[in-house]
Design a protein around this ligand. Structure first.
Ligand code: GDP
Ligand code: MG
Length: 303
């Protein structure tokens, strides 16, 4: 749909920030209406900033989904936190996602530093109370709203359920209201600026998060080594799964290669679903000692 010359449009960037597992990626996916960011029950799934674009007639919202905020323990996590602060810097509006089922008091929920940062920020701030569906009664959200408004930081407080898509229209309206007037940044058909390669590597990473426990997913990175788009026949995609130790490689591959085969199968189906076409997928497991601590290696990996 073309924008009328005489109607004023609003457009801007909204950073989605909050604790790990609050539902930031679920929210962005549900607002944009596409699965752009991987979602798993484990915290710290999102490593890089993921951009999702929502467009309607007069409003375009560019969402920056970010990794959950935490105190960094290694270089990769420090880089992840840099994504959070640069997203907040670039944003026109900051949306802070709060998990309703985890919220007891503002002091307990928000780290002090974060509150100080928000107070110093001269841009609209919206508190989004997520996971309403997990509250036994709808009215249990009222004390949470009261607690959050006591902080006198937020311009608006919007309760939603990202998973059930409840009240998300309200949220869109609220965000739109706070965006500056101006032309769209992107074509209104675009949902993201990330490449297909990025999505494919994320799909493989997600599968590893689903299939393996604690240590493996956090020590794993996926790099696409080959991506051939063919006009006839299946596309060819090869990816390296990078781990930190030989023992992790052994676990990932599994006995007789059963583990890697299962990941490959499931990832292929998900990639085909995402791309809308059939693909060959080849996976290789490689050991790169301490890649999470190595600045050069992280740079090569796009961090
Ligand atoms: P992120 O770490 O903040 O990006 O959180 P994710 O979007 O990855 O979600 C973490 C977990 O919370 C996943 O298991 C989601 O399915 C779940 N989740 C997200 N939003 C909701 C919600 O509104 N209701 C419920 N019940 N679960 C949710
Ligand atoms: Mg996430």
């Amino acid at each position: 749909m073309q924008n009328q010359e005489n109607t004023k449009t609003r457009a801007g960037y909204v950073a989605i920030v909050g604790k790990p597992n609050a539902g930031k990626s679920t929210l962005m996916n549900s607002l944009v209406g596409a699965k752009l960011s991987i979602v798993t029950p484990k915290p710290q799934t999102t490593r890089k900033r993921v951009l999702g674009i929502y467009s309607e007639e007069a409003v375009q919202i560019v969402f920056l989904d970010t990794p959950g905020m935490l105190s960094p323990k290694y270089e990769l996590q420090r880089q992840m936190m840099d994504y959070v602060s640069s997203s907040i810097d670039e944003a026109d509006v900051v949306a802070v996602i709060v998990a309703a089922d985890r919220f007891i008091s503002a002091e307990e929920y928000f780290p002090k530093k974060f509150i100080t940062l928000l107070r110093g920020l001269k841009k609209p701030k919206i508190a989004v109370i997520n996971k309403l569906d997990l509250l036994q009664q709808a009215k249990f959200v009222l004390p949470i709203i009261a607690e959050i408004s006591k902080l006198e930081i937020f311009d608006e407080i919007v309760p939603i359920s990202a998973l059930k898509n409840a009240q998300t229209d309200e949220l869109i309206k609220t965000l739109g209201k706070h965006l500056p007037e101006g032309p769209f940044f992107y074509d209104d058909e675009m949902l993201s600026t990330q490449s297909e390669r990025f999505f494919v590597s994320e799909i493989i990473r997600e599968q590893i998060f689903m299939d393996y426990r604690e240590e493996i997913p956090y020590s794993t990175e996926v790099q696409i080594s080959d991506f051939k788009e063919r006009s006839k026949g299946k596309w060819f995609i090869a990816a390296d799964i990078i781990v930190e130790r030989q023992s992790q490689k052994t676990i990932l591959i599994g006995s007789d290669g059963a583990g890697i085969k299962r990941i490959g199968e499931k990832a292929r189906v998900a990639i085909e679903d995402h791309l809308g076409m059939e693909v060959y997928l080849e996976l290789f497991v490689k050991v790169r000692t301490k890649w999470r601590e190595d600045k050069n290696m992280l740079k090569n990996m796009g961090y």
